[in-house]
Design a protein around this ligand. Sequence first.
Ligand code: 5GP
Ligand code: ZN
Length: 113
Amino acid sequence: MIDDCLFCKLAAGDIPATIVRETDRLVAFRDIAPQARVHVLVIPRDHYADIGALAAADPQLAGELAAAAAAIAEAEGVGGGWRLVFNTGEDAGQTVFHVHGHVLGGGVLRGLA
Ligand code: 5GP
Ligand code: ZN
């Protein structure tokens, strides 16, 4: 746990969130400012700055995160079309430096990538 990390505090229960799924290693919760009908963030409880750091340190956990994202998309009713986005680095718009996958779905998604 990193003391000044928002998502470490959220995973520890020190900051309230609408949690949709959790395991001993992962927590998923609704984004506070949703950009799609379904917008859920999936994070590991342990602190890694970004997806590269997580995948290098614990590839199994990175895989668990991806599997959780797929299960959330199904549970939220968007299994037919969804995105898993990892903004990585300031130039990509990453604002919270505790790795989080954005699960985005609902309606028809268009745009980059
Ligand atoms: P990033 O821009 O780093 O990829 O994404 C950070 C995301 O975290 C944003 O979509 C933002 O709305 C969300 N967020 C920031 N603070 C909070 C919070 O306190 N609670 C929740 N649920 N989401 C947050
Ligand atoms: Zn953290």
